[in-house]
Design a binder for this molecule. Structure first.
Ligand SMILES: [Cu+2]
Length: 145
């Protein structure tokens, strides 16, 4: 075995190992975002891999996470998370997930999670009932995918 072969082997093992590891991602729940948007999550759309975990942080008080559309076989919490508390969820099933902040659902406080770039349930997401300002925002988020 020459050195290049051994180096390549290590590079491959490192890459495979990296792929096997799931990520922990943070999303802030905010009264105001740096772009001026109010009552908003720090990321409107996030692309992740299956088995990644998102931690929603109560950076501003008064917000939560309530899943309102998701892949049919996804095991999401059926109740909204506690307002003002950190909340975590590990995404197993590929697809698009739509969630809202219960107290600000009519103020456009919604966001999407796309797992494994799978948009097969996008029609269901697009026809999910949202309220007030969230209607236009949902259209914008979907058209930007
Ligand atoms: Cu909120």
């Amino acid at each position: 075995m020459n050195r290049i072969f051994i180096f390549s082997l290590f590079a491959i093992i490192f890459t495979l190992n990296n792929h096997a590891q799931s990520a922990q991602l943070d999303i802030d729940m905010l009264n105001k975002r740096s772009d001026g948007e109010k009552m908003v999550y720090s990321q409107d759309v996030i692309y992740i891999n299956a088995n990644d975990t998102i931690n929603w942080l109560p950076t501003s008080p008064g917000h939560n996470v309530e899943f309102i559309a998701y892949p049919s076989n996804a095991d999401v919490p059926q109740k909204p998370s506690k307002v003002g508390k950190e909340f975590s969820f590990t995404f197993i099933e590929p697809g698009v997930y739509l969630y809202q902040c219960s107290p600000h659902k009519s103020m456009g406080m919604i966001a999407l999670v796309v797992v494994n770039d799978d948009k097969s349930n996008l029609d269901e997401v697009a026809t999910t009932k949202v309220f007030g300002k969230s209607k236009k925002k949902l259209e914008q988020l979907i058209s930007g995918l």
